[in-house]
Design a protein. Structure first.
Length: 454
């Protein structure tokens, strides 16, 4: 498939984009559901079979809960998306395809490479019920930052005492009261004021000190807002002792979307130093929280597997008899979602000898594409066309549906000429997308198609 031409840097926004293209089958678009299902089963790769990483057939019970459609594992993604687009010939609304089995596979991979570590899913990344229910079914726990997130995971069956960590270092009193009433047993703190708050309002809770670590190699950096500098940690431990608080462990977060194995290694060594500091004050810590930052795709470098292989032995060496948890978010959410948008309008602009196109699609920056700003996301845009594809590429800009000119998904990228009714899709689109999407101007993507593969 043709790739986009490289552009001068001044023609690109801060988020790089790639484009590829697939021509949509010209067969009649609206088919009965049974025929649609049969077509999905027939879309296998003819020349080779895609390697199956994990058998997820024994998890059919949770797939049935969301009426997930079975799709053979070797069906190409672009062919799958094309088939779902054919079902949308009436309203042509934007929609998500959610691969529930991808959530399962990510969990199985996590436990294979980090068997000692219990994942506490970071709810803020994507609080959709399908993610929460599937992960709870598998045995995961939850990292919650607010009363609302605690309510959500309790509603899907999580045990507050053993399956929730209230991991927001700076907590509102009303949220503290609610968490205490529900029986949450672990909280994170990173400053003296929070320690006094715990003494006054929640004296028996298990306290985890969050330390600041190097997050310079991460997409989203947190240490400017959260985490106690190492030189302040001895003071916090001493205050905890004076106040009679229940100090149980240490946490860190190398930043969301971390691309440095060394960041995890150095953070683990600092955490070990905090354990030793606490021991001098009479504390026997029992918990290590290694946070999140794990990439959402195995194509990322370093991948989750690369990071896990580097830190697994080090954790055994530094923390041999300690409970270890983590707070992965994008690791579970990213690859399980595909965003599909319809082109509902276009403009042609001729400047001197150059033709440009403006396209308008039915999701944008105020909706799911908020990740372009808030999460610094790098996305791949793939067109699906209802007409014959040509090799000619045009300078193109893609706008979202709202009346704000800032609602721009991509600017000055090369695409073949698209028509009204064509579609674009974006894979790996589950992390920090729907979580912060609004309904500004009355636009919000709400349609979800659930699938599972094997």
């Amino acid at each position: 498939m043709p790739r986009s031409k490289s552009l001068p840097q001044h023609h690109l926004r801060s988020f790089p984009l790639e484009t590829t293209c697939r021509k949509q089958d010209s067969t009649p678009k609206q088919k009965p559901l049974k025929e649609f299902v049969q077509r999905l089963k027939n879309l296998r790769i003819s020349d080779k079979t895609k390697e199956l990483d994990y058998d997820v057939s024994k998890y059919k019970e949770i797939f049935k809960e969301f009426k997930a459609q079975f799709v053979p594992y070797d069906v190409p993604l672009d062919a799958l998306v094309s088939e779902y687009c054919k079902l949308e010939t009436m309203d042509q609304e934007a929609f998500f395809i959610i691969d529930q089995s991808r959530i399962v596979r990510q969990y199985l991979q996590f436990k294979k490479y980090l068997p000692r570590v219990t994942p506490f899913y970071a709810v803020k990344c994507n609080p959709s019920k399908v993610l929460l229910r599937t992960l709870h079914y598998l045995g995961a726990s939850f990292d919650c930052a607010s009363k609302a997130e605690i309510e959500q995971v309790i509603e899907i069956g999580a045990d507050p005492k053993t399956q929730i960590i209230f991991a927001n270092p700076c907590k509102q009193l009303s949220h503290i009261r609610y968490a205490k009433e529900q029986g949450v047993s672990m909280v994170t703190v990173d400053n003296e004021a929070e320690l006094y708050k715990m003494r006054n309002h929640w004296p028996n809770v298990g306290i985890v000190i969050r330390i600041a670590v190097d997050d310079s190699k991460s997409i989203c950096k947190f240490s400017s807002k959260f985490g106690a500098p190492m030189d302040q940690v001895p003071h916090l431990i001493k205050i905890s002792k004076e106040l009679g608080l229940n100090l149980i462990g240490v946490s860190f977060h190398v930043g969301s979307g971390c691309y440095s194995v060394d960041a995890f290694v150095n953070a683990l060594k600092n955490a070990r130093a905090v354990f030793d500091m606490a021991e001098l004050e009479g504390y026997k810590m029992t918990l290590l929280d290694i946070g999140g930052g794990f990439p959402g795709s195995n194509e990322d470098k370093p991948s989750f597997i690369d990071i896990a292989n580097e830190i697994r032995g080090l954790m055994d060496q530094l923390f041999p008899n300690v409970r270890i948890i983590a707070e992965p978010g994008r690791y579970f959410a990213s690859a399980s979602y595909v965003m599909v948008c319809n082109i509902f309008s276009k403009r042609q602009i001729k400047e001197k000898e150059q033709t440009k196109f403006l396209y308008y699609v039915n999701d944008g920056l105020y909706g799911s594409f908020n990740c372009l700003y808030f999460d610094h996301a790098k996305i791949t845009i793939i067109p699906i066309m209802n007409h014959s594809q040509t090799s000619q590429q045009y300078l193109s800009t893609i706008f979202g549906p709202t009346c704000d000119s800032l609602d721009k998904i991509a600017e000055n990228i090369y695409l073949p000429e698209l028509e009204i009714g064509d579609w674009i899709y974006v894979p790996n689109f589950g992390a920090y997308t729907v979580a912060a999407g609004s309904s500004f101007n009355g636009f919000k993507t709400v349609k979800m198609h659930y699938i599972w593969r094997n």
